[in-house]
Write a protein that binds this ligand. Sequence first.
Ligand code: ADP
Ligand code: ZN
Length: 220
Amino acid sequence: MRLVLLGPPGAGKGTQAGVLCRDLQVPHISTGDMLREAIRHATPLGAQAKSYVEKGALVPDDLVIALVEERLLKEDCKNGFILDGFPRTVDQAKSLDAGLHRLKIPLDIVLYFRTSLAVIIRRLSGRRVCGRCGRNYHVVNFKPKMEGVCDACGGQLVQRPDDREETIQERLRVYEEQTAPLIHHYERERILVQVSGDLEAAALNAELTDLFEKRKRLVH
Ligand code: ADP
Ligand code: ZN
């Protein structure tokens, strides 16, 4: 199963990907996570990406495309993958489509998480992440056992610099301008499936499980 998760920041793509990748037995490839990891480790890519990520802008296409191409060639992608946060521009989509076409492994589904503005803002402004392992929490919806401390590794929970109010606005503007056009792009390709990003994580997960079960039955 080759899947793309499309939708605004705060739609819950990362959360669903975390569950889906286990169910579908394919890797979760999040360009946001990969970029933050590169920044944390101060790699050359991290140094190039840092200023863009922190102000809520997109990292240049050539850098992100190279990053994803390298990742998709790894052994663990041969049974499929879940792309989360990529493609995010029409050029990224064209490059991905062309690359997968060449390899004769087209995308199966683009899941579009349609999400209302109020939900997006509530989720992003309450999000906290572990400074050590990157795991996500939320001050209301998904609290750690001990306030400010990561359940998984004991690291300190912080707010992502790009989750500050002003930067959220910028990310939403960039999403509308650069990423939203992909909805129509994949609608035309007839692989877009719309789901509600407003649903709670568990409810949306149940819906997705259902969707993939039905699909499996259709294929077999
Ligand atoms: P969110 O979906 O919550 O905005 P992500 O973790 O997907 O967060 O991305 C965080 C930031 O990483 C983006 O605002 C952008 O700066 C950078 N980024 C991630 N994916 C891409 C991409 N495909 N192209 C360009 N920049 C990206
Ligand atoms: Zn942690």
